[in-house]
Design a protein around this ligand. Sequence first.
Ligand code: ATP
Ligand code: MG
Length: 426
Amino acid sequence: MAKIQAIRGMNDILPEQTPVWQYVESTVRQVLGQYGYQEIRMPVVEQTELFKRSIGEVTDIVEKEMYTFDDRNGDSLTLRPEGTAGCVRAAEEHGLLFNQTRRLWYTGPMFRHERPQKGRYRQFHQIGVECFGMDGPDIDAELLILTARLWQVLGLAGHTRLEINSIGTSEARKVYRQALVDYLDQYRDQLDDDSKRRLTTNPLRILDSKDAGTRKILDGAPSLDDYLDDESRAHFEQLKGLLDAAGVKYSVNPALVRGLDYYGKTVFEWITDSLGAQGTVCAGGRYDGLVEQLGGKPTKAVGFAMGLERLILLLETLELVPDYVNNHADVYVTAVGDKVIAPAMAIAEELRSALPGRVVVTHCGGGSFKSQMKKADRSGARYAVILGENELASGNVGLKPLRDDEPQQDIARSELAQALASRLAQ
Ligand code: ATP
Ligand code: MG
C-alpha cells in the first residue's frame, strides 16, 4: 500500500531541528519579557468572516491563500493565515482593550495556500506582537528598538536592515489611490497582468510589483509621500527622530505599502539579503482602524509578525546557531547485566538531582557492553558511566570520557556526581 505523506508545503520539524526552534523561541520570549509583553494564545481556526473583514476582501491572502471549509453545521471556518485578526477578536471579546493599554505577543502556526518554495510554506510559524491603546510614535519606536535588540542577541544585527514608510490615514490614501489610478490608467496596456487586475482591486499593491516594465512606469507615478496628511507626516518625523536617538538605523522606502488593508501611518519591514527573494523576516505597522472595523471601540494599535522558518533559515545559512544549541546527552549510563539495571537507574536519578542542567540518558534495552558503548557514543554524551556486575560489587563505577583520549577511571559512586560536575564544567 502506498504510504501517506505530509501535505505539500507543510513541514515536519524533526528532532534534529527542534533545538534551534527552541533556541529562537526562547530568545524571543526572553526579549519580549524584558519589555513587559504578555503572551496570549488564540485558536488556530476562526470564522471566515473575521479575516474577510480585517485583512480585506481584495488582498492576496483572502482572494487566493486561505484554507476555508464548512464546519459540519455549515459555518464557514478558516485556518488562520495570520494572527492579528484573531488577537484583536480575542482581546475585544474578553474586554482587554477597554480603558487600558496592552502589549501582547503570540506564537504558532499560520496557514496560507501559496506556492511552496524556500522560505515560503503552506503551514508556517510566526511570532506576532500587538500593542493596543497607544497612539505612537513612541510605541512604534519601541517595537523597532526591541526587534533591533533581538537581532543583536541572535547575532543577526549586521544581517538585517530596516525599511520604514508612512502610508498615511485611509482618507489620505483614498485621494492618493485615485491619483495613482489616473496615472497608471494611461499605461494600462503596458502593465503586467497582476497589476492590471490590481488597478481596480488594490492599486496601492502595484507599487511593490517586481515586474520590470511596471517598475519603469512607476518611476513617473505620483508619490504617496506628497499626499500624506499633516498628522501622519508629523508622526513619521517623530518616529524617525526616536529611531535616530536610539541608534536604530533605517531607510525610508516610499514603495513599502504592505499587503493587508488594515494598515495606516507607520509600516515597516526587516529584510535580509541572505535569503534571496524570501527576504522579509519581520513585518508590521500601525492599524488604528482595525478594532473599530471589527466592532470594537476605536483603539490605537500597532504590531508586527516575524516568520520563524525564515529566521531559522537565516541563522543556519549564516552559521549563527551557537554550539550549545543541540539535544546531545551529557552523560550516558550503561547497564550490562540484568542485576545492574535497577542500580544504574538509581545512579542516573542521583545524577539528575545533582546536575539539574545536564542531560543524563540511561541505557535501556540490554545488549552487550560493546553495543551499549556504541549507543553512548551516538548519544553525543561527553562521558559514559559504566556499571557492570564487577563495579556493582566494588561500590565503584567506571567513568569513561567519550570525546577525548583520556583513560577510563574508577570512581566511588558517592563521588561520581561531583566528578562529573567539575569535568562537564570545563
Ligand atoms: P511575503 O511578502 O514574503 O509574502 P507577507 O507580506 O505575505 O510576506 P506577512 O503577512 O506580513 O507576510 O507575514 C509576516 C512574516 O511572516 C513575513 O515577513 C514572513 O517572514 C512570514 N511569512 C509570511 N508568509 C509566509 C509563508 N508562506 N511561509 C513562511 N513564512 C511566511
Ligand atoms: Mg505573502
